[in-house]
Design a protein around this ligand. Structure first.
Ligand code: UN1
Length: 511
């Protein structure tokens, strides 16, 4: 199935007529047209219309009605619907994986991996649908019972980024749905087609089960649609993934109305390589972390902090490994890295390169914008490595490109300090066979990130854990563990089954 037209057909995409969808109903929005270009070959795949305020309000009204029905469906039954969605995703894995790869530019392996991540979260959510546990507490009063329970929140808004155009939405949507919420998704304007494809898959399940429209909605659009969601008090939770700049704007608007937001923003992820590391696993771990998704994961490895004794060896090994990387059409086998998302991303890569040079960085694997032949779309770059100081302004910022920084250290305490000395706090790891070093890295004086790994790279987290990070990464946690609690409201209830009314704290109040 390599013909893209065939892929679009098999996913039921009618891009010209979509953009806005409440599940059963889809319509062209009255906002601007978004053109979806493939960075792979530069061709325009389709046009998708975006929502104006009127389209948006219509979607929210339908969502509110759907919530009234959906919250009454028992959670395990909601889980069964999500199970069916997972089955549909299994059926469409190949086609959706190809579309992710073609529209976004990541390798087909990673495109398929992304769809697998969606299937995995469906499975997780199905189990969760029978485990939305509350606690019971012992009351201080006689014949009183105290407990907490979890209720659905309402409408969950989801703003997703181009780099994981479908998986991150599914982490939010699948969990929100088993929790009894309905969702409104604003996909990245750079990857609207994959969103339409997902919506089509979900829609078939909702129709088969005779469920109301509005459980799953899509509103295509740019910043202004994000702002509609952020300012709208009908949105009970707004989960947003993207840059720190976007997160600050969204977080501020949501906070102004004292709403709930869940932010998953930029990372500046480092791998510490100790002198006791097994380099045979450290090297592929670093290279995959740095060039996977062309360095456009929020978990991409950006910095490698290397013990001075092995610094030269590791550097040479990385230079050799980079020499073997194949860059090209991500849909072809054996390609390690595809293009960046668009030409603007290439400009950002070039700007960052200029800043690295200006601040004194030395390239050991040279940067290059690739052109001509298979690189005609203008979106391909060579992954590069530079020796830098951690305090360069450019090293302190997240550049969404395959640029890897090498930094030397002598003592582990120093390495941890360097690793933590950035504004972001998403993912981190250490390669070491020394248990003291590993435990120190994981201790309260170790990594300050939301994710801290040992002998594994910074990217490629499994869905079972809570995903997210500290500091400018935004503090939110999505996906596994107890992240579901973000999607529900907690209610504490105290029940008196005695015939008197004792007050808490022993207060006397007599009439
Ligand atoms: C992201 O880049 O926003 O851990 C998400 C990973 C993937 C998810 C990344 N499972 O790299």
């Amino acid at each position: 199935m390599n013909n893209i037209k065939q892929v679009l057909d098999s996913l039921g995409i009618d891009a010209e007529n979509s953009g806005i969808s409440t599940g059963r109903n889809s319509w062209p929005g009255s906002g601007e047209m978004i053109e979806s270009y493939s960075p792979v070959d530069g061709s325009m795949i389709a046009k998708v219309s975006s929502a104006d305020k009127c389209d948006y309000d219509k979607v929210i009204e339908v969502s509110r009605e759907a919530f009234k029905v959906w919250r009454m469906v028992p959670a395990p039954k909601r889980g069964d619907i999500v199970r069916q969605m997972g089955d549909q995703l299994r059926n469409k894995k190949q086609a959706l994986g190809i579309l992710v790869s073609y529209e976004m530019g990541k390798s087909l392996q990673e495109g398929l991996g992304e769809v697998q991540e969606m299937i995995d979260i469906c499975d997780f959510a199905v189990g969760l649908s029978r485990q939305l546990y509350g606690l019971s507490m012992h009351s201080e009063r006689v014949q009183h019972r105290m407990y907490e329970q979890w209720h659905p929140l309402g409408i969950v808004g989801i703003i997703s980024a181009f780099n994981f155009p479908v998986a991150v939405w599914s982490w939010n949507a699948m969990i929100a749905w088993v929790c009894g919420d309905v969702s409104v998704w604003k996909p990245s304007e750079k990857t609207p087609l994959t969103a339409i494809a997902c919506q089509h898959i979900i829609r078939t399940v909702l129709i088969e089960n005779n469920l109301p429209e509005g459980i799953s909605s899509v509103v295509a659009g740019g910043k202004e649609v994000g702002q509609f969601l952020a300012e709208d008090s009908r949105i009970a939770l707004l989960s947003a993934t993207g840059s720190t700049r976007m997160g600050k704007a969204v977080g501020e608007s949501v906070a102004k109305r004292l709403g709930k937001s869940l932010l998953e923003l930029g990372g500046n992820n480092a791998i510490i390589v100790s002198n006791s590391a097994d380099l045979s696993i450290a090297i592929p771990g670093i290279v995959f972390g740095a060039v996977g998704t062309a360095g456009q994961r929020c978990t991409s490895t950006r910095r490698v902090i290397v013990h001075e004794e092995i610094y030269e060896d590791l550097k040479n090994a990385l230079v050799k490994a980079y020499g073997q990387l194949k860059i090209g059409n991500p849909l072809e086998d054996h390609i390690h890295m595809g293009p960046l998302i668009d030409k603007m991303a290439v400009e950002n890569y070039e700007t960052a390169i200029g800043k690295i040079r200006k601040e004194g960085g030395r390239f050991v694997v040279a940067p290059k914008v690739l052109s001509g032949g298979i690189y005609n779309s203008g979106c391909y770059v060579a992954p590069c490595i530079a020796e830098v100081d951690n305090n360069y302004a450019i090293v302190q910022t997240e550049t969404f490109a395959p640029i890897l920084y090498l930094i030397k250290y002598k003592y582990l305490e120093e390495a941890i300090e360097i690793q933590n000395a950035v504004p972001q706090g998403l993912s981190s790891s250490i390669f070491t066979l020394n248990i003291r070093e590993a435990e120190m890295f994981l201790s309260q004086t170790g990594s300050d990130c939301g994710i801290a790994n040992v002998n594994i790279g910074t990217s490629g987290a499994e869905i079972g854990g809570a995903f997210g990070g500290e500091k400018e990464t935004g503090g939110g946690r999505e996906s596994g563990s107890d992240a579901w609690k973000n999607y529900m409201r907690r209610q504490t209830s105290t029940i008196n089954y005695s015939s008197s009314l004792p007050l808490a704290q022993g207060i006397k109040f007599e009439l």
